[in-house]
Design a protein around this ligand. Structure first.
Ligand code: ACO
Length: 385
């Protein structure tokens, strides 16, 4: 925070509260995360992604019949139009996966006669449509990127496992189905991070929810946010062998490079989501190929060293993106799809926040302190040297 006379500048809005919310609590000091008051580890262990969607959107856990109805509504929204498939096919090979998702996300508002609504129940219906179709669009993008046919949803499967099926063409076994569901739960929501804030800024103009979610996808792209898991995996691949890890990290830190998958604006301790993902490494390692086993070993050695070097002393700990790479690889998800998978689960967080924010909407309009000349004399183009 810089201070000039009586103006306080909060770079990156660090430390600024934008609203009161009952959706998510990130306790960065104690390393805890709650969705609607429920600890994330309990949800990851006992809930399904569908149940978590219901919880985030409606503010409470569903009863059995409510969950069945909600899951059915999600299933009914899985299909995408031929036109959407065409956009994916025409852009899919060339453009990056998340860019394709951003484009088709924007385009699906065309299939809603009234994209904007001020009614909460209508916006929940739109959210269900967005959450469901995003998974189908993301899987289709992955198929086209690999030069494969787009697959139709399998209505016998749950949301996350159906996504994995549509992407890989294989029905996940029990462990893989649980892991992808957990990945979706852990990425579903995280308070007012950059992409959620982008969504809220957009919707604070009373733009429709599709516009907001499109802005969320756009903001997710950078390596400081949704792109960090791919960057972390690339680093592990570059390290190559577990015994190279310590020297690589040492050299990177000496060269003032950031290690992707570490550090967080709010968590100054271990990100609880990273802890949950770490607990899956053992299960996955036993069933993995040698390549993935090696990546897991590298990740564990890097984690140990980073904690020793920067953990207690600088508050830089593993975040959700650090262990995701080897786990996604195990599930058959290509690195270029990581941020797109992230976006698929985060749709629920983005939509929940918009619905909450619109209860008491206020246009976002922060200030800038202008520091530049005033009343500059205009010189015609012919006279400019
Ligand atoms: N590796 C090494 N040093 C780091 C790291 C890291 N991953 N993260 C922060 N630092 C250092 C910075 O170099 C800086 O050092 P300095 O004060 O000597 O210049 C100091 O810690 C503060 O870093 P900032 O980037 O200013 O702090 P900020 O609060 O903005 O950091 C951020 C948050 C952007 C996430 C940062 O930790 C980072 O870039 N991490 C790597 C990218 C990443 O993993 N992003 C995913 C976040 S989780 C998510 O979005 C899902």
């Amino acid at each position: 925070m810089e201070s000039k006379e009586n103006i306080e500048i909060h770079e990156g809005l660090s430390g600024i509260y934008i609203d009161i919310s009952s959706i998510c609590k990130v306790d960065g000091i104690n390393g805890k995360l709650y969705y609607r008051g429920y600890p994330i580890q309990v949800l990851a262990e006992r809930s399904s992604f569908e149940e978590v969607c219901y919880l985030l959107l409606y503010g409470r856990l569903p009863k059995k019949q409510e969950l069945d109805d909600f899951s059915e509504k999600l299933k009914k929204e899985r299909s995408i139009t031929d036109q959407t498939k065409q956009i994916i096919t025409s852009l899919g090979r060339k453009a990056q996966a998340l860019d394709v998702l951003r484009t088709v996300m924007s385009s699906i508002s065309a299939y809603d006669e009234t994209p904007y609504s001020s009614e909460e129940s209508k916006n929940i219906e739109k959210a269900i449509r967005i959450i469901s179709k995003t998974a189908t669009m993301a899987a289709a993008i992955g198929r086209i990127k690999k030069g494969e046919q787009i697959l139709e949803p399998d209505q016998s499967l749950g949301h996350a496992e159906n996504f994995l099926f549509m992407l890989t063409g294989k029905k996940p076994d029990k462990d893989a189905a649980k892991l992808i569901d957990v990945m979706f739960i852990l990425h579903a929501e995280h308070s007012s991070n950059a992409s959620t804030f982008a969504t809220l800024v957009t919707c604070s103009t009373l733009a429709d929810i599709y516009a907001g979610v499109t802005a969320g996808v756009a903001a997710l792209k950078g390596p400081l946010h949704g792109g960090a898991d791919e960057a972390a995996l690339k680093m592990m691949i570059e390290i190559g062998q577990p015994e190279n890890t310590e020297k690589y990290i040492e050299d990177a830190l000496a060269g003032k490079k950031k290690i992707m998958g570490f550090g967080h604006r709010v968590y100054k301790t271990y990100d609880p989501r990273a802890r949950i993902l770490k607990s899956y490494l053992d299960i996955v390692k036993n069933k993995s190929t040698e390549d993935i086993k090696r990546l897991i070993d590298i990740s564990l050695r890097a984690e140990k060293m980073m904690i020793e070097k920067l953990g207690q002393s600088h508050g830089i700990w593993p975040n959700v993106d650090f262990f995701s790479g080897p786990l996604y690889m195990y599930l058959g998800i290509e690195p270029e799809m990581f941020d797109t998978v992230f976006a698929s689960s985060r749709t629920v967080g983005w939509c929940s926040h918009v619905i909450e924010y619109w209860k008491n909407n206020k246009l976002f309009r922060p200030l800038e302190e202008y520091q530049g000349p005033l009343d500059v004399e205009y010189v015609g183009i012919e006279e400019r040297n």
